[in-house]
Design a protein. Structure first.
Length: 136
């Protein structure tokens, strides 16, 4: 079985309401914490210029991808590692090969730099406090 640890990738159903079984690639950004949780982010196809620009992923950067994509930081999640394992065991989730090191570093850097990452995710990941720009 592929890794469900940091840098691991897994396909999970997360499609829109009209196609809930559509699979998206999720990247596991942390190892298990003391409470057995992990931070995951999804990779979505880039469809327009409104997509989060914090981290673009090219098709050649992972075998599952077939077009330019981006990390959807707005929907980053903290999940129980056991739910990932159970999903794989039940064949609801499909493990894929790990993300390469350079791509993974870009993905995790984007957690802190994306303005779309929820504050609770930034706090969990240990991002430095971002001060608001007071210049107008």
């Amino acid at each position: 079985m592929q890794s469900l640890n940091k840098k691991g990738a897994v396909l999970m159903p997360s499609g829109p309401s009209h196609d809930p079984g559509r699979m998206h690639l999720y990247v596991i950004c942390t190892d298990l914490d003391q409470e057995g949780r992990q931070l995951i982010v999804s990779i979505c196809s880039k469809i327009n210029n409104l997509c989060d620009p914090a981290c673009t992923v090219q098709a050649h950067e992972h075998s599952f991808l077939n077009k330019e994509s981006y990390v959807f930081y707005r929907k980053a999640q903290i999940v129980d590692g056991s739910s990932l394992e159970n999903g794989v065991a039940a064949k609801l989730f499909i493990p894929k090969e790990d993300v390469n090191g350079q791509t993974f570093l870009r993905i995790t850097k984007g957690i802190c730099t994306s303005i779309q990452t929820p504050k609770k995710i930034k706090k969990y990941f240990g991002c430095p406090e971002v001060k608001k720009d007071t210049a107008a």
